[in-house]
Design a protein around this ligand. Structure first.
Ligand code: DOR
Length: 453
């Protein structure tokens, strides 16, 4: 017998209404809706709402272990579920940092104890200790983030990092942050008498990104070692990746776009200050357009949240340059994307490709990223009609006030299921009760200030 039968749902990539059945944590049935009786423990009447595969978010700062006042696996994963995300990749800048197998195992134990969604880990690869990469995969890592400034290191270090990562069978992920260039840009802005926000906004520029990209492709192609370029934020970087993909068609290099650079601009930073302070800094309208074009033509491969929560007091220091950088985006991920899709900015099939299928494929997460028989029952039912205002603070994240506060968005999750277990239920529509999601009574199942339809 089925555990769940979701009846009469719209699917993103198919016409008509569909029934989706779940048994043993997996999708057991996908069929056109026909009102046929099928035994199921729980039935959900989707009433034409949109049923999507849970999003796969490859860039989440869960801060666990080490920074419980910012976030932990419990709060991050509940925020994920509320934002339609059922798989997260946890970033290595924890305490201790995940720069060795033992620290990865420690984080894995925390994830197993606290996470309500599927959590995978990203190891930190240090330029000074490439051999520490060994054993990270067995410890639970699915990717490696270059943890320190590789752009300041010589070719020998680059070669050993790539080769160790390849031997380990993990993609090596780069941030386009060249420390020397960044210091240079910052000083130049200061010398020009720029305001603090402009010094930060100019701390990395398009040239920093483009120059860094030029180093990654030839080596990745030559060594046939998989790489990911994280947090692409400028038009020049998009053009450089486009050009490099053409020059090195066999380079196993993918590129990531993050929510902040798709939905916010430098103008938001100027107006909102610390709430919109992220590193690399927010860019201009032209950059935002270039990122979307890059996502449509395959230059960029997937979208992640770069959920980077900090406590309110870390965001509220007197000087802007002392305020923590990072934006908590998990809880608004699906509404931001579905709202843009509803406005016709991109299609639902783009959303599935960029936020589900591609990240699952790139990071080797089998069973994730699609609705199909035998896949993990990671599902999100979204309401595409009502609009809600984004509240200043998320319901589950410990992250500070969001720069998206006050936006009216459609596409909020009604319920989210991970491996057949309900992990988020909003109110009690269609008999789905938040209590069943294992959520604490004070945080689930009731309408809160700012969350009214
Ligand atoms: O602004 C940022 N904050 N950018 C990052 O890449 C990391 C993040 C953090 O960990 O807070």
């Amino acid at each position: 017998m089925l555990d769940w039968l979701i009846e009469g749902a719209r699917l993103a990539d198919r016409d008509g209404l569909w029934d989706v059945g779940v048994a043993g944590g997996r999708i057991a049935l996908v069929r056109p809706s026909c009102g046929r009786e099928t035994a199921a423990g729980r039935r959900v009447f989707a009433a034409g709402r949109l049923l999507l595969p849970g999003l796969v978010d490859a860039h989440v700062h869960t801060r666990d272990p080490g920074y419980p006042w910012k976030e932990d696996f419990g709060t991050a994963s509940r925020a994920a579920a509320a934002g339609g995300v059922t798989t997260i990749l946890a970033m290595p800048n924890t305490n201790p940092p995940m720069t060795g197998a033992a620290a990865i195992q420690m984080a894995r134990r925390e994830a197993e104890k606290k996470s309500v969604v599927s959590s995978f880990l990203v190891g930190g690869a240090c330029a000074s200790r490439p051999q520490a990469i060994r054993g990270m995969k067995a410890a639970g890592a699915v990717a490696l983030d270059v943890y320190d400034d590789l752009f300041g290191a010589g070719t020998e270090t680059w070669l050993s990092m790539f080769l160790e990562a390849k031997k380990e069978g993990l993609p090596l992920c780069f941030y386009l942050m060249d420390g020397a260039m960044e210091r240079f840009c910052r000083e130049r802005q200061r010398a020009r008498g720029k305001a603090p926000w402009e010094v930060i906004a100019g701390a990395t520029d398009a040239e920093t990104e483009a120059a860094s990209i030029a180093r990654i492709f030839p080596l990745a192609a030559y060594l046939q070692a998989p790489a990911v370029i994280r947090m692409v934020s400028t038009k020049k970087a998009v053009e450089m990746i486009r050009c490099m993909k053409r020059l090195y068609p066999d380079a196993p290099v993918c590129a990531e776009a993050c929510l902040s650079y798709l939905f916010l601009t430098r103008e938001d930073f100027r107006r909102q200050g610390a709430a919109a302070h992220v590193h690399p800094p927010l860019r201009g309208e032209e950059d935002v357009r270039a990122l979307w074009e890059g996502l449509f033509d395959g230059t960029l491969d997937y979208i992640a949240s770069d959920h980077a929560p900090h406590a309110q007091e870390e965001k509220e220091r007197p000087k802007l340059e002392d305020c923590a950088s990072g934006i908590a985006g998990l809880e608004v991920m699906l509404p931001l994307l579905l709202d843009a899709a509803k406005r016709g900015e991109f299609g639902l099939s783009d959303l599935i490709r960029l936020c589900c299928e591609a990240p699952a494929r790139i990071y080797g997460l089998s069973g994730k990223g699609a609705i199909g028989e035998g896949m993990d029952a990671d599902l999100v039912l979204a309401d595409w009609n009502g609009e809600r205002t984004v509240p200043a603070r998320g319901r589950f994240t410990r992250g500070a006030a969001t720069p998206y506060a006050g936006r009216r968005l459609t596409g909020w999750p009604v319920f989210t299921m991970c491996r057949g277990r309900l992990v988020f239920g909003d109110g009690t529509p269609d008999g789905v009760e938040a209590a069943e999601a294992g959520l604490p009574p004070e945080s689930g199942g009731k309408e809160e200030e700012g969350w009214k339809s």
